[in-house]
Design a protein around this ligand. Structure first.
Ligand code: COI
Length: 353
């Protein structure tokens, strides 16, 4: 698999420098990998200078949201790597999302070559402090111009990259338990990484912000009784020394960080329980002190402790020492694996040569 390099992409990179404040998702490396799908065939992959996408106002993605994406990172700390972390899982999840949204699969080699090329050409712009990385955003959009509601007959797949620091400003999150709106229900598209799931979460994100919280904790769509996920992050708690997280089902995004943490935690000797996780169990265990830590995890968020929960009743539940030993140990181990400081016994790292 090869990629055609546009010399203008190389010119764009020559004139690019990293800002002093990196933030998350604000700075974009001035290149993009692109391939277009038409008549059942993906066009030859190209590395182009970063530029706006010109669209007809009837372009299907603008009206019906036929779109999917992934979030991945490349790590380049202490001159090691750059490394990707379990990238094939992202490629596979991308195609799972594609199937749910009636979009074509992208061959895994094509997906990987696009990601690999963007990382290779961006290597000089990967921030090098532990916890920083090059955030990669592969995505696919429906490009057919027509207002009929049907799957598009053409698509564009792209990979863009953003040198990024930490996703959250605060060390411990304040989280709103969403008891009014729901994010997903069985048979829906909650497991797919598609823009609509994030768009649908924004009303709650706004409400949370207005009430002084930073994130939403979603409950199941049928009974509003079980914890699901956190729009872009999965949820974990430590109760009686055991690590507890909701079981994956079709209403929850199957997080690669979540999956990795379960393995890491077991390797470290912790007991892990994936279960139907009642919100009332969480709250009563915070009240009686048996819940000692709660945290969110995801590619962007890494591991972010949660210090406070609240809901529309104005009740709050405070986790006493949110930055606890379990989440700290898991974060340290995860970063050491991702950044190349720890033996990679599960073969999760992929070096980009
Ligand atoms: C990620 O962690 O990659 C996400 O998709 C979260 C987000 C920034 C939407």
């Amino acid at each position: 698999m090869t990629i055609k390099i546009d010399p203008k992409a190389i010119d764009a990179l020559t004139n690019f420098t990293l800002p002093t404040e990196i933030g998350f998702g604000k700075t974009i490396v001035p290149i993009m990998a692109v391939t277009d799908y038409k008549d059942g065939v993906w066009s030859p992959l190209e590395l182009l200078p970063y530029a706006p996408i010109v669209m007809d106002p009837t372009c299907k993605v603008l009206h019906y949201g036929q779109e999917i994406f992934e979030g991945m990172k490349a790590y380049h700390v202490e001159e090691k790597g750059p490394y990707l972390f379990r990238p094939m899982m992202n490629a596979k999840r991308f195609n799972l999302s594609a199937q749910r949204m009636a979009m074509p699969d992208i061959p895994e080699e094509l997906y990987m070559e696009a990601v690999r090329s963007v990382v290779e050409y961006s290597t000089d712009f990967i921030p090098t402090k532990s916890g920083e990385s090059l955030y990669l955003r592969p995505f696919m959009i429906a490009t057919e111009n027509s207002l009929g509601i049907k799957p598009s007959d053409s698509y564009k797949f792209m990979v863009i990259a953003s040198p990024s620091g930490s996703y959250f400003k605060n060390e411990a999150l304040k989280v709103l338990i969403e008891r009014e709106f729901i994010r997903a229900s069985p048979g829906g598209m909650g497991y797919a990484k598609t823009g609509g799931n994030y768009a649908g979460s924004l009303i709650s994100a706004k409400k949370a912000r207005d009430l002084g919280y930073e994130q939403t904790l979603w409950l199941d769509g049928l009974e509003k009784k079980y914890i699901e996920e956190m729009s872009g992050m999965n949820f974990f708690a430590v109760i009686d020394g055991k690590i507890v997280t909701p079981t994956i089902q079709d209403t929850i995004l199957d997080g690669i960080t979540r999956n990795s943490l379960i393995t890491i935690a077991k390797d470290l000797g912790y007991e892990v329980s994936e279960e139907k996780f009642e919100i009332e169990k969480l709250l009563s265990s915070i009240e009686d002190g048996s819940c000692t830590e709660c945290f969110a995890c995801g590619t962007a968020a890494i591991i972010t402790p949660i210090g406070l929960f609240g809901d529309c009743t104005n009740n709050t539940w405070e986790v006493k020492n949110p930055i606890g030993p379990v989440s700290s140990k898991l974060k340290e181990t995860l970063l050491a694996l991702q950044e190349g400081r720890l033996e990679d016994k599960h073969e999760w790292r992929m070096e980009v040569k």
